[in-house]
Design a protein around this ligand. Structure first.
Ligand SMILES: Nc1ncnc2c1ncn2[C@@H]1O[C@H](COP(=O)(O)OP(=O)(O)OP(=O)(O)O)[C@@H](O)[C@H]1O
Ligand SMILES: [Mg+2]
Length: 344
């Protein structure tokens, strides 16, 4: 039997003997209705989302977006936000672009979303959004700064909070500082249905703190061998330390469906064999120059190029997140904050 190292080597060399199963056909389904923000939460302005006009699907030259499981209404208790950390092993695989565009796509599905930019070294959610944040999370430690000041109502209905590098100091916070952050941030949990956290790459302490505190983790990788081995390192660290293993995959920059199915199968097989961890796929995103064009225009892909291949894939991933199966909010936002801020 192969040992772990041999299998990994095969994985990155594409020599797995495993035959990828044919992807499941797409399934259609019902869309959820919108939800309003509970009264009394003044900090998220419930502006009606002005969605771009939905253009009819053209005679699309490209293959259909990757398979979406049969849509079922997801179970989610009122008042409990889903906390989803978007992470990767290797840097530059598309986390920030996915997070921002996913926030827009989830908004189009009627969800209230808050994005937390927790990539402490290279925070750039605002660059992709084409917006500017004056304050970040750590400004909340000051008496005169409230959640309203740090929660940016960005363009296209995306609400976001910039993490700021001082979050690295989380372990050094005094009890008073922890309490202050906790009190000021708590309201986010009632304002949002989904809180997306754009983390940095790798298995450093900062990243692990975020992914271990979240209810769900989306692991992004590209099909490149280096990205796959780094993704495996994250899977392994997560599987070692997470008390509630809930990690799902997104393969970015794929050229065709068979490449996507192949990578998903290899990672799933490795996760199953060596980590005994289920690893569902949320879908894949095609290599698409429009992603870069959108960044250059400083307008998110979902807005600048809504009918392109990559945008359709993000839309499909958002639908899978919302309608694909059941979602148990285990810790929610308060639990996330308690774990992150190291409350006992
Ligand atoms: N599907 C895609 N097709 C083509 N280019 C892409 C795609 N996804 C992302 N890119 C490009 O990859 C680059 C990196 O994307 P992004 O900044 O989202 O990655 P990241 O994982 O957040 O990086 P970092 O680890 O530095 O935070 C960007 O220049 C973007 O244009
Ligand atoms: Mg990033």
């Amino acid at each position: 039997m192969d040992d772990q190292a041999t299998s990994l080597r095969k994985l990155v060399q594409g020599k797995s003997e495993y035959a990828a199963p044919a992807p499941a056909p797409n399934a259609g389904g019902e869309m959820a209705g919108g939800r309003t923000i509970p009264a009394g939460n003044a900090s998220v302005v419930a502006q009606p989302y002005t969605a771009p006009p939905i253009r009819p699907l053209p005679t699309f030259r490209a293959p259909p977006p990757p398979s979406i499981p049969a849509f079922q209404p997801a179970f989610q208790k009122e008042g409990d936000a889903r906390i989803i950390a978007v992470t990767s092993g290797k840097g530059g695989v598309g986390k920030t672009n996915l997070t921002v565009n996913l926030a827009i796509a989830l908004g189009q599905e009627g969800k209230n979303v808050i994005v937390i930019d927790a990539d402490l070294g290279m925070a750039n959610v605002d660059v992709v959004l084409g917006s500017v944040s004056k304050f970040h999370l750590m400004h909340l430690l000051k008496d005169d700064i409230s959640l309203n000041d740090v929660l940016i109502h960005g363009p296209y209905g995306v609400n976001y909070i910039s993490g700021g590098s001082a979050m690295e100091r989380a372990v050094e916070f005094t009890p008073l500082e922890r309490r202050r952050l906790m009190d000021k941030l708590s309201a986010c949990g009632e304002m949002a249905d989904i809180i997306l956290i754009d983390t940095g790459a790798g298995i450093g302490r900062n990243v692990m703190d975020f992914i271990l505190a979240a209810d769900e983790v989306v692991l992004v990788t590209t099909p490149e061998p280096t990205a796959l081995t780094d993704a495996y390192a994250v899977m392994k660290a997560y599987s070692n330390y997470a008390s509630n293993k809930n990690m799902r995959l997104v393969i970015n920059r794929v050229y065709d469906e068979s490449e996507s199915a192949d990578v998903i199968t290899k990672l799933q097989r490795t996760a199953d064999r060596f980590l005994k961890m289920p690893l569902e796929s949320l879908g894949s995103i095609y290599e698409d120059r429009n992603v870069m064009n959108a960044v250059k225009r400083q307008a998110p892909l979902m807005i600048a190029y809504p009918d392109t291949l990559a945008a359709r894939c993000v839309q499909s991933i958002a639908k899978t997140m919302v309608y694909g199966g059941q979602h148990e909010v285990r810790w929610g936002w308060r639990g996330f904050l308690q774990r992150l801020l190291k409350f006992k």
